[in-house]
Structures are given as structure tokens and as C-alpha cells.
Design a protein. Structure first.
Length: 232
């Protein structure tokens, strides 16, 4: 089996999982975007996924992503692709990340939001990264303080608040974590109705996330396999 066949099989399996999870939740699969987490994988894999119909890709390291997005553009000129920053972002890297990222999914502080706004040359879509358990070491803004950060982002002319992102904490069931997120987002939307994105769920817990309102699942391992080194 060649690499394209491997990816086609994995993609079919992931899409079936999404469809089954949506059916169980009484939702349409069209409500859930599949975001391919391509970190550590080469641009050739991104090109093959693009051939298979995917258009949304996620990276977590600025240097790798800058190189990979350029390589992809050479491999598939004109192919539709939307790139997401899903890794921890240092404020001094904001300008560099905005050269390739269409959306930054990890805004977790007012200072970072301000840094991205200052670096932006045009309005940029962002998600607020939420910490369900308040563990700052793993990234994310405390869920109880979500409204304050969301309000700050929404007031910026350079930032478009599109929603929230989270990772289920270690030691907490995904079901409990995603239920807490959905409650917080429901309250948030009362003041920010355009914040419709809930980026939650990965290879191991996407079913629980979809059951609790996720509109975007971030899938790496189940789609691409074990991590490999990116192209040099």
C-alpha cells in the first residue's frame, strides 16, 4: 500500500467516526470540520491530503510551518488550503506566524491577544484557548475567566473572535471536560453570537467532543499515523 492509499484509508475511517458520532448526537456531519494536524509530517503528505479533499491543516511550530506551507504551495499551486496555528505562541513570534497562519487557535492571554493585534496588517481570525482545569503549564486561559478575555479580543479591530479551543485535561474524563466547555460557550455566545467555533476533540476523544457540541476536531495520529520527522 502506497502513502496515498494509506491516507485515503485513514481519512475514510476518520470520516466514518465523525459521521457515526454525529448520528449518535443527532447532528449533521456537515456541522463538524476535520482539521488535519500535520505537524512533524512532510509537505508531501499535506499535498496528498489536499488531493483527497481536505483543505484545513494545523501546525504548532512557526519555523516548520513556514517552510511547509511554502513547500505545499510549490507542490500544489493554487490548491485551497487554510492553515491554523494550534501550538503555544510566544508574543515575539506573532508577526512571523501571521505570514502563514489563516487562524490562530491558541490565544490564551490579553498580552498575547494584544501582540497578535499589533502584528496584524489585516483582521485575523482567532480562537481563545480555554483551560478546563486551570493548569497553566498546559496552556489555555482559565475557563472561569473566559468572558474577560473574549470581551477583550472582541473589542479589537484587528482580531475576529471566532470561538474557543481546548484540550481535555489529563486526569479528567473527556466527557466531563467537553460538557464544561459547552456550558461556558453557551454563555459566551449570548454576548458574542459570532463565536460559533468549538475546536475540541482529537484522535482519541473526538466522539465525546462531538457529543458536546464540537464544530472542529483536530486529528493527527488517526489520520497520518505515528509522528515522523518533517521534510528537511
Amino acid at each position: 500500500m502506497n502513502r496515498r492509499e494509506e491516507l485515503a484509508l485513514s481519512l475514510a475511517e476518520v470520516r466514518e467516526r465523525i459521521a457515526n458520532a454525529c448520528a449518535a448526537a443527532g447532528r449533521s456531519p456537515d456541522e463538524v470540520e476535520l482539521l488535519a494536524v500535520t505537524k512533524t509530517f512532510p509537505a508531501e503528505d499535506v499535498a496528498l491530503l489536499s488531493d483527497l479533499g481536505l483543505t484545513a491543516f494545523a501546525e504548532n511550530r512557526d519555523q516548520e510551518a513556514g517552510r511547509k506551507t511554502a513547500e505545499f504551495a510549490e507542490l500544489r499551486p493554487g490548491a485551497p488550503a487554510r492553515w491554523h496555528m494550534v501550538g503555544s505562541l510566544q508574543r515575539n513570534k506573532a508577526k512571523s506566524v501571521l505570514r502563514w497562519a489563516d487562524r490562530i487557535d491558541t490565544i490564551d492571554s490579553i498580552r498575547l491577544a494584544d501582540a497578535v493585534a499589533k502584528a496584524a496588517t489585516e483582521p485575523v481570525d482567532v480562537l481563545v484557548q480555554v483551560s478546563i482545569d486551570g493548569d497553566e503549564a498546559r496552556g489555555g486561559h482559565p475557563i472561569g475567566d473566559l468572558p474577560r478575555l473574549a470581551d477583550h479580543v472582541a473589542r479589537s479591530d484587528e482580531l475576529n473572535l471566532r470561538g474557543v479551543m481546548t484540550v481535555a485535561p489529563i486526569g479528567m474524563s473527556p466527557e466531563r471536560a467537553f460538557a464544561a466547555l459547552y456550558e461556558a460557550v453557551t454563555r459566551l455566545r449570548a454576548d458574542h453570537p459570532d463565536a460559533t467555533v468549538i475546536s475540541a476533540g482529537m484522535s482519541g476523544d473526538l466522539e465525546d467532543a462531538i457529543a458536546h457540541g464540537s464544530t472542529c476536531v483536530r486529528v493527527g495520529t488517526a489520520l497520518l499515523g505515528s509522528r515522523r520527522l518533517a521534510s528537511p
